[in-house]
Design a protein around this ligand. Structure first.
Ligand SMILES: Cc1cc2nc3c(=O)[nH]c(=O)nc-3n(C[C@H](O)[C@H](O)[C@H](O)COP(=O)(O)O)c2cc1C
Length: 212
């Protein structure tokens, strides 16, 4: 039997003081993101995206941060996917980064809007050719009969676009998450963690410490 309750770790790597973080939360995020890259965190761009459906039921999945833009966080996906449908009915969402190697977490809450088709095109153009075909192939979040079905679709699109440039499917593109709350969490000893939160109110960010 696995003894899960004995798996525990005391966090002692770093501390976080309110004064250490810039007053602008994007600058603070950029600073932490840079540090995550420098620390060779495994998949520093991976973030959990939580959405809710029309009846208020939450669901979450991991997506990749692809850009910091206009004070927001950009990821790409299929607009007809489960998350896409949920964001169409309720644009409010939450993002969560966990960088275990630094004993850090960043929580973001806000709302998502679709990127312009031109901006989505720009990113699609620089994707590897196989990923471009993958975007055409996957009816993301739909039930499919088996793996062969997917591979057959991929082969069909490969044939259809042979020797041509692969355009962006209309139902695939980016979202920009506009934050209204950003929290920086640094693990500390004895569960007395440091939490510094930025809250947006009437266009002004307030920086405050939260109890762990
Ligand atoms: C490390 C990692 C990165 C991922 N990146 C993306 C991504 O950028 N976009 C995306 O649509 N799905 C990504 N996925 C897959 C999603 O987690 C999810 O399976 C998919 O988007 C379908 O979610 P949905 O059915 O809730 O819409 C990633 C998964 C992992 C584990």
């Amino acid at each position: 039997m696995l003894n899960i309750h004995d798996l525990r770790r005391d966090f002692t790597l770093k501390t976080l003081d309110k004064k250490e973080l810039p007053d602008n939360p994007f600058e603070a995020f950029e600073q932490w993101f840079k540090e995550a890259i420098e620390a060779h965190v495994y998949e520093p761009s991976a973030m959990n995206l939580a959405t809710v459906d029309a009846s208020g039921r939450p669901s979450s999945r991991v997506v990749l941060l692809k850009e910091l833009k206009d004070g927001g966080f950009v990821f790409f996906s299929n607009y007809d996917s489960r998350k896409g449908k949920q964001l169409a009915s309720n644009r409010y969402c939450a993002l969560n980064f966990v960088w275990h190697e630094l004993e850090r977490q960043v929580r973001i809450e806000g709302f998502a809007e679709k990127l312009s088709p031109e901006d989505s095109d720009k990113y699609f153009e620089v994707r590897p050719p196989k990923s471009k075909l993958g975007a055409w192939t996957s009816p993301q979040s739909e039930v499919i009969p088996d793996r062969i079905y997917l591979e057959k679709l991929y082969a069909d699109f490969e044939e259809q676009f042979a020797g041509k440039s692969v355009p962006r499917p209309e139902n695939w593109g980016g979202y920009l998450v506009h934050p209204e709350l950003i929290e920086f969490w640094q693990g500390r000893s004895s569960r007395l963690h440091d939490r510094i939160q930025f809250r947006l109110e009437n266009g002004i960010w307030t920086k405050e410490r939260l109890a762990p």
